[in-house]
Design a protein around this ligand. Sequence first.
Ligand SMILES: NC(=O)c1ccc[n+]([C@@H]2O[C@H](COP(=O)([O-])OP(=O)(O)OC[C@H]3O[C@@H](n4cnc5c(N)ncnc54)[C@H](OP(=O)(O)O)[C@@H]3O)[C@@H](O)[C@H]2O)c1
Length: 329
Amino acid sequence: MERVNPESVPQKSLYTGARMPVIGLGTFGSDRYPGEEIAEAVAGAIAAGYRMIDCAAVYGNEHLIGPKIAEAMAEHGIKREELFIISKLWNDMHGDGDVLIAVAQTLKDLRLDYLDLYLIHWPFPNYHPPGAPPDYRDPRSVPYIHENYMRTWRQMERLVDMGLVRHIGTSNMTISKLKLLLRDARIKPAANEMELHPHFQQPELFRFCHDHNIVPIGYCPLGSPNRPERDRTPEDTSALEDPVIVEIAERHNVHPALICIKWAVQRGQVPIPFSTKPKNYISNLKAVTEDPLTEEEMAAIEGIDKNCRLIKGQVFLWEGAESWEDLWK
Ligand SMILES: NC(=O)c1ccc[n+]([C@@H]2O[C@H](COP(=O)([O-])OP(=O)(O)OC[C@H]3O[C@@H](n4cnc5c(N)ncnc54)[C@H](OP(=O)(O)O)[C@@H]3O)[C@@H](O)[C@H]2O)c1
């Protein structure tokens, strides 16, 4: 198997001074990829030189991934401190006392003593089942309320105090929500995981994160080409088929996916592309070590932003919310 020297992969600094690789492997397979296949990809990716893995309790595969991380570490002589492991608190574990229970389960499943980064997956303490269809409405859904979020955040801060997680962060947050969190947090968020790809560049939120030393981790960096159709609407577009991306890819003689990854890293975000195919996840990793894009190419990609959000969060709509756009205020 081809291998990329992990030391050749650039790193990004968190505000604590800790460092993380500029690319990680995503592990959300929706219902298309069996957990075993994803866990195998994690093992293969670590063997190939990946050092960052993006996990989440709701992906339902941490118990399969944990043994594979342990195996890969043992087989390749990798120390725990060489890895950067992310996981996320699911929406049904925001209650008082729940956060410690949730992280304990994740640590047990991943067979780790600590996480490098633990994120609140969504700013909604809602209870919909994983994989719920977009029109699903849970009567227990509640809107975002800053005071409630802070109650969850205080529990997250305790996990840092306890040494169970090194950093805490957010996911799917907006500027207005992050402003309040930054005002009231004792331990600041180190990262915000957010949808970021050439057709959804979120320039204001991206700049806000940059200005506040919050690492923008970009999910769906390739525009999630294989996500089940239910998540898509006809107006959704694919960055991989965008003529600008295709043209740059032809010039570099690479797959358009690699152009999306190079663009992401050069822009200053941390992409976490998902793949279970060694050929793909290895070329994704190699892309960050090879030929950068030119300034002109970067500018051309900046020009194709379509403000096209793929992960709209329809499943979080509660009675009274007029549309999914309400979720993103
Ligand atoms: N925080 C959140 O709320 C949130 C939300 C969504 C996602 N995420 C995270 O972000 C990760 C990435 O997002 P995503 O999985 O939705 O989308 P993505 O990474 O944009 O796209 C993944 C798809 O692209 C294909 N692919 C990967 N590399 C390729 C290459 N070099 N050439 C051609 N095709 C390639 C993969 O198929 P093959 O397997 O066939 O290669 C896979 O189906 C997730 O896995 C998850 O960890 C987080």
